[in-house]
Ligand binder design. Structure first.
Ligand code: ZN
Length: 453
């Protein structure tokens, strides 16, 4: 009997609570949003700001210090078109002068062929954003494009980096190059793309998110795979504006490269371009199908790859060489007068071969990058860590070491030393490129296939 009373009391209480709750829902009166404090601006009526954002030279060079933005304690981030009332966070406790209202940039992907260089004023430095053209991941990541537009007319030279997202030397080279240019002294336009493959860069990876190599998909396909679409958009939106192109790379998979140009020496316009890089080693390579350099050259934009250093590292020597080489090129092209550059020596052309390990084990090199070696010179040793058996790798011909694997554990067949011998330009021959063999990415890595470009 007593238990029953308890049930009744409990039931009554529950019913009471429920009706209170629902009555609250039914009779709640909608309230007007609170007016914004004066220091906050209602941005709901604003149109999204179109890009490009153009900065003057003076601002970029920070000739006068930029006003610091106060510490942000309140941030209005609501996209204007979505919410009528911006959300406000913790405004009570802070003095009004410490409140900054920041409108996040509205990135408008640049449609194909619409990198509006004509619209930029002469003698300015600008940051444009190239969008992937289609919203492939729900939100495309815009790629910053730096443009130095000279006071006077001249050619448009493009320098691209990090088509492979793990190749950092090129990123720093583009930064240093672009921010060393005085647009008042520049003839023509210099376009620098520090990071083409932002997806890979964010993951410290050579590849796109789908493990595809972007540098096998140019000029791209608007109806193709993710890589094909990105390549198409970048090629048509950015690259087609260039008169000449230098694509910056490094060695791949624990290999390092002496600064060197890769160029199709069967293409006259490309040969002309190679003459401007000072003392940089020039290596013939026709350029694999799908590489940016080949696709650009195919549509009449003479292009070369400039390789320097190894991936995932920032190497000052490699960066310094790259920047100097491009300044020398700009001098040759009459775009920018001499800074500290090399003269214009007769270019030296090389053909090359990778020397492979015949045994697996610990590779220790005995030569430095760039060294001239005679036939028979000891290049390195490979030692089996279990049996202590050691083999020597020697130079099969007189050559210069232009690339090499860094010390590591190697499998038999691993490409260890890249040797180049001088050649006459008429004698260069196409060697079958390894990436045409069609092995997949993981296999290529473990087999030690050299895929630097
Ligand atoms: Zn590369």
């Amino acid at each position: 009997m007593r238990a029953r009373t308890e049930y009744l009391v409990l039931g009554g209480l529950t019913l009471g609570l429920l009706s209170f709750f629902f009555a609250g829902q039914w009779f709640a009166i909608p309230t007007e949003p609170e007016p914004l404090p004066e220091a906050l601006t209602d941005i709901s009526h604003l149109e999204p700001q179109p890009l490009p954002i153009v900065f003057s030279d003076a601002q970029w060079r920070a000739e006068k210090p930029i006003e610091p933005i106060p510490d942000v304690v309140a941030l209005i981030i609501s996209p204007p078109e979505r919410l009528a009332v911006p959300s406000i966070i913790e405004t009570d406790a802070v003095p009004e002068e410490d409140i900054a209202v920041i409108e996040l940039p509205q990135y408008t992907p640049v449609a194909h062929d619409s990198l509006d260089l004509e619209g930029l004023a002469a003698g300015t430095f600008s940051q444009l954003n190239w969008g992937a053209g289609e919203t492939m991941y729900g939100a495309s990541i815009p790629t910053p494009i730096l443009v130095a537009k000279g006071e006077t007319d001249g050619p448009t030279l493009c320098v691209t980096a990090a088509v492979h997202g793990d190749e950092l030397n090129g990123i720093e080279s583009v930064r240093e190059l672009m921010y060393s240019i005085n647009t008042r002294k520049l003839k023509g336009t210099l376009i620098g793309v520090p990071i083409v493959n932002i997806q890979g860069f964010q993951r410290h990876s050579r590849y796109l998110s789908d493990r595809r190599d972007l540098n096998r998909f140019f000029p791209g396909n608007p109806r193709g795979s993710v890589a094909g679409r990105m390549a198409h958009s970048f090629f048509h939106g950015v690259i087609k504006n260039c008169d000449k192109l230098v694509d910056l790379h490094t060695g791949s998979f624990h290999r390092t490269n002496l600064p060197q140009l890769r160029a199709d020496l069967h293409n006259e316009a490309v040969v002309d371009l190679t003459k401007g890089f000072g003392t940089t080693t020039i290596l013939h390579s026709s350029g694999g199908p799908g590489t940016l350099r080949r696709a650009a050259s195919d549509v009449g934009i003479p292009s070369v790859t400039l390789e320097a250093g190894e991936p995932l590292r920032l190497q000052e020597e490699a960066v310094e060489h790259t920047v100097k080489a491009i300044f020398t090129l700009m001098d040759t092209l009459k775009m920018y007068s001499k800074r500290s550059i090399w003269g214009n020596p007769e270019p030296t052309y090389y053909s090359s071969r990778w020397i492979r390990a015949d045994q697996g084990g610990i590779l220790l090199s005995r030569v430095k990058l760039g060294r001239q070696v005679k036939q028979g010179t000891l290049l390195g040793t490979v030692t089996d860590p279990i049996t202590n058996e050691r083999v020597e790798i020697t130079a099969p011909f007189t050559a210069r070491v232009i690339g090499m694997a860094v010390n590591q554990f190697v499998m038999p067949g691993y490409a260890t030393f890249h040797l180049a011998a001088e050649t006459d330009i008429e004698d260069v021959v196409d060697e079958p490129e390894e990436h045409e063999l069609g092995v997949d990415v993981a296999a290529a890595n473990s087999m030690g296939i050299e895929r630097s470009e």
